[in-house]
Write a protein that binds this ligand. Structure first.
Ligand code: TRP
Ligand code: SF4
Length: 404
């Protein structure tokens, strides 16, 4: 068993990109609000990460951080339950990043898919920087510095959690060894039958070198079957499988967000850069205007032409916001030309505005009292920092630079 199977700590971060939209709400925030009741949650604004791509526009970061946190609070993230903080207020993230950088092969970073993807996508900026290459390693430090067991992320971030696991494994392998551990483990291997010992060795290698999880499972099963091992040797060999002896940085797991991607006003994924979004605090009139001007099924030119909801971005929003009943009403009315698109959009506008009412109210309260937000972040950052410090103490001791 890896040491974090019972780890109930969740950590996730978001880059400060300004006010959030309904894609963030349905894709991320509602999930966080749910998780905060079930786990010990840490949510932070990744302002260092913002600098990896927007180092020339750093003057917006503070305002964007504030706006982001106000939206979290508006959506129901509760600072009494979850710890909310800012990455740069916990310098241990940077310190662990540095220490991990010493053991991370450059090739691991170069092959993370987002590295080349983003460089191509953001071709207007120079992203051939040291910091940008290290983006996923900084993310690994974010996660490992709290020894979090679970990381709620979208599919695009799974590769980063995977890298985090590899880095943690390597760290434990290099620095988790206790004096004499390796010799004792090798002696224990020899106590098994020749065949079992050979299998154990191969599976261990397969796991340590390639991260093959199936090999790990099979090696554990093999150990469980061995009759002639003492309890101590068995434990030793379980530990030896995952590298050295001690696990200083446990490997986290991704907690994939199940929600389907939120469609934007044009049917594409909702995104700030596509300008197809409705923000979390959009004014009711503006919500109405945005929905009213939305494209519908292109085949439905006149009111008398029947349409097909499957070809209509308005219907995609109904599927997120409306009851089964309303969806059925829209489907039938559309296909029979019984309702017009204006009719169809009306309940959608109402549903969005109704949901947003409470968010707007909560956000307004924080906008009027910004010190409330600053106090939440100060307290959260302090709490996070205390934990992060403990990890750094263990990490530095394992490396041998605690200088005490
Ligand atoms: N890279 C993440 C994103 O773009 C943000 C992030 C930074 C993050 N550090 C993290 C997410 C740690 C989860 C855990 O969305
Ligand atoms: Fe889209 Fe509704 Fe118009 Fe059909 S009636 S095309 S689902 S907006």
């Amino acid at each position: 068993m890896s040491s974090n199977d019972s780890n109930q700590r969740v950590l996730s971060g978001m880059r400060p990109t300004g006010r959030l939209h309904l894609g963030h709400l349905h894709g991320v925030l509602k999930n966080w609000v749910q998780l905060q009741h079930e786990y010990e949650c840490f949510f932070f604004v990744a302002d260092f990460h913002a600098l990896t791509t927007d180092y020339e526009e750093s003057q917006n970061i503070e305002q964007y951080t504030f706006d982001t946190v106000v939206d979290w609070l508006a959506a129901g993230v509760n600072p009494g339950t979850a710890t909310i903080f800012v990455q740069s207020r916990v310098p241990e993230h940077a310190e662990l990043h540095l220490l991990l950088s010493m053991i991370t092969p450059i090739s691991w970073l170069e092959r993370v898919p987002s590295f080349k993807d983003q460089q191509q996508k953001l071709s207007d900026r120079d992203l051939a920087t040291y910091g940008f290459l290290g983006y996923p390693l900084l993310q690994a430090a974010d996660i490992l510095v709290y020894r979090a067991g679970w990381v709620p992320v979208g599919a695009d971030q799974v590769a980063h959690v995977e890298l985090t696991r590899e880095v943690a494994r390597r760290f434990n392998h290099i620095y988790g060894r206790e004096p004499g551990f390796e010799d004792a483990a090798e002696a224990a291997v020899k106590k098994m039958s020749k065949k079992a010992a050979r299998m154990y060795g191969n599976l261990r290698k397969e796991y340590l070198e390639k991260g093959n999880g199936e090999a790990l499972e099979r090696a554990r099963a093999l150990l469980a079957e061995q009759q002639n091992l003492s309890i101590g040797d068995r434990e030793r060999l379980f530990g030896y499988l995952e590298g050295g002896g001690r696990i200083i940085l446990p490997e986290p797991q991704s907690l994939l967000t199940k929600t389907a991607k939120m469609p934007g006003l044009d049917g594409e994924k909702m995104s700030k850069s596509y300008n197809n979004y409705i923000s979390l605090r959009e004014e009711p009139d503006s919500v109405e205007a945005k929905i009213r001007t939305m494209q519908t099924d292109p085949a439905r030119v006149r009111r008398s032409d029947p349409g097909e909801p499957a070809n209509c971005p308005v219907f995609a929003l109904h599927e997120v916001y409306s009851t089964e009943e309303v969806c059925q009403w829209a489907t039938e009315g559309c296909r029979s030309a019984g309702i017009g698109c204006v009719d169809c959009k009306k309940p959608l506008i109402d549903a969005i505005n109704e949901e947003q009412l409470i968010y707007r109210q909560r956000a307004q309260q924080f906008e009027e009292e910004p010190d409330l937000v600053h106090a939440i972040l100060a307290e959260g950052s302090e709490k996070a920092r205390n934990l992060a410090r403990e990890t750094l103490e263990d990490v530095k001791e394992a490396i041998g630079i605690s200088h005490r």
